[in-house]
Ligand binder design. Structure first.
Ligand SMILES: Cc1cc2nc3c(=O)[nH]c(=O)nc-3n(C[C@H](O)[C@H](O)[C@H](O)COP(=O)(O)OP(=O)(O)OC[C@H]3O[C@@H](n4cnc5c(N)ncnc54)[C@H](O)[C@@H]3O)c2cc1C
Length: 423
């Protein structure tokens, strides 16, 4: 029996633990993995964070090293989180998968000081916990999402999700099709190119973003707007202002932290020999069908940053009176794909493997409490769900876009921990 169970000991769970400890709330983190390091352990070998080091603003540990503008490689990120857990003395039980969370029966209420109908039974691979509060910090990047077309590919094609991709040597010889142009798809494509592989890339609807804007890393400005924008009447988009709840799942901009950090431009990839295709619409006996709108997709990806983010950043720089260099409008890139055929015969093109860089779905399958909306997202306000005692931290767009990132997860965690302490 414990006051609060936190499910997951990634950055969201650890940040919550920090604030719970500060508030003197007894708690226990349950983590299914044998080692700390959260979802960072699922990234490929050449992975570098997309966010620069100055974004490490975890409660109780902000980055104060010599390279604030550099990017950490995967293993250093994992190590950093292990250090963080030690530093904040997070009470983590590793190797413990939560398999079911349900309301506790009346017996728990009688023994715990909670009133009837409060409290939770938390079933795990290591036994049962009873808790007054439960924080869902199990991450948004656990359940790889694969389109239905995957089931229709011939058996000799090697398929894997970006979740399981580690390096090009994992793949058989021959050309590779990468499906999806979010951060994973773009970066894995570059990883394959660096290994001399022939790559086909199915373009989705993610915007490109400049690595640097007006003299700084783009994340620098994004962070400034989040932290100081309200002082000048400039607010980044909040979750409740999204045009639709489905927008919470829109992809992150194409960008990379590799090689000191750089933008990823789809037309550049095309220039470097990547064969670009439209959105994957279906598969039939080894022939894939793509949307026939590649030029429009390339234009849309290029326009993405300018349509919204650039306007907010410029408004902030002006309102705050910051002397930042102006940015010359990028000259139009008129590179066009040689052909944008809608059909691709895998065997004829020598494609032997497909990497699904198609993102993740939320996974709360252990939750036996009806609190999820039609998108599988807990119904909540600032992480406080509509079920008393049940909380969530670390999901994208919990309060804003960056709620799942190292930079801003701590603020949401603080609010949730404060609410728990208040109970
Ligand atoms: C390709 C990619 C690149 C990214 N790059 C960046 C970046 O540069 N900067 C950034 O800030 N963010 C980035 N992110 C987002 C990043 O993954 C998250 O910031 C971070 O991992 C989220 O931390 P978390 O604690 O919410 O979730 P996780 O790291 O997923 O931690 C959740 C933990 O819960 C555990 N868990 C899940 N289910 C159970 C269960 N039933 N029982 C017990 N334990 C359970 C998991 O094992 C996991 O350890 C990236 C994401 C992806 C996919």
């Amino acid at each position: 029996m414990v006051d609060t169970v936190v499910i997951g000991a990634g950055q969201a769970g650890l940040a919550t633990s920090y604030w719970l400890s500060r508030a003197g709330v007894e708690h226990q983190l349950l983590e299914q993995r044998p080692e700390l390091g959260g979802a960072w352990q699922d990234r490929w070998d050449s992975f570098y964070l997309n966010t620069p080091n100055f974004c490490f603003m975890l409660p109780g540990m902000t980055y104060d090293g010599p390279e604030p503008d550099a990017f950490l490689p995967r293993d250093a990120v994992i190590e950093l989180f292990r250090n963080y857990a030690r530093r904040i003395a997070a009470p983590v039980q590793l190797g413990t998968e939560v398999t079911r969370v349900a309301r506790a029966d009346g017996g728990f209420a009688a023994n715990s000081g909670y009133t009837a109908n409060e409290g939770f039974a938390v079933e795990t691979s290591q036994g049962r916990w009873l808790a007054g509060n439960v924080v869902l910090a199990n991450g948004a990047y656990q359940r790889p999402r694969v389109p239905a077309s995957a089931a229709k590919l011939p058996r000799h094609i090697r398929q894997l999700h970006s979740h399981d991709y580690r390096n090009p040597a994992q793949l058989p010889g021959g050309a590779v099709l990468v499906v999806g142009t979010g951060q994973s798809g773009g970066q894995i494509t570059e990883d394959l190119l660096a290994a001399g592989r022939e790559v086909h890339l199915s373009v989705s609807a993610c915007p490109e973003a400049p690595r640097r804007y007006r003299g700084k890393d783009t994340f620098y400005w994004l962070l400034q707007v989040n932290r100081h924008g309200p002082d000048y009447g400039i607010n980044s988009l909040q979750a409740e202002q999204l045009p639709s709840p489905a927008a919470r799942f829109m992809c992150n901009p194409l960008i990379s932290g590799n090689d000191g950090g750089h933008s990823i431009r789809l037309r550049d990839l095309g220039r470097r020999g990547v064969r670009l295709h439209g959105h994957l619409e279906g598969a039939d006996d080894g022939v894939l069908v793509f949307s026939d709108d590649l030029p429009a997709r390339l234009a849309l990806a290029e326009a993405g940053f300018g349509q919204r983010m650039k306007l907010i950043l410029d408004a902030y720089i002006t309102a705050a009176g910051i002397d930042a260099p102006t940015e010359e409008p990028a000259s139009a890139d008129d590179w066009q794909p040689a052909q944008s055929g809608a059909r691709l015969d895998l065997d004829a093109e020598g494609i032997t493997s497909v990497i699904w860089s198609t993102g993740y779905g939320l996974d709360f399958s252990f939750l036996d409490i009806p609190v999820l909306d039609q998108w599988n997202y807990p119904r909540h306000s600032r992480g406080v769900t509509e079920v008393p005692g049940l909380y969530t931290v670390g999901l994208p767009w919990l309060t804003r876009h960056a709620s799942s990132t190292v930079a801003l997860v701590g603020a949401d965690a603080e609010y949730v921990a404060g609410h728990i302490a208040g109970r």
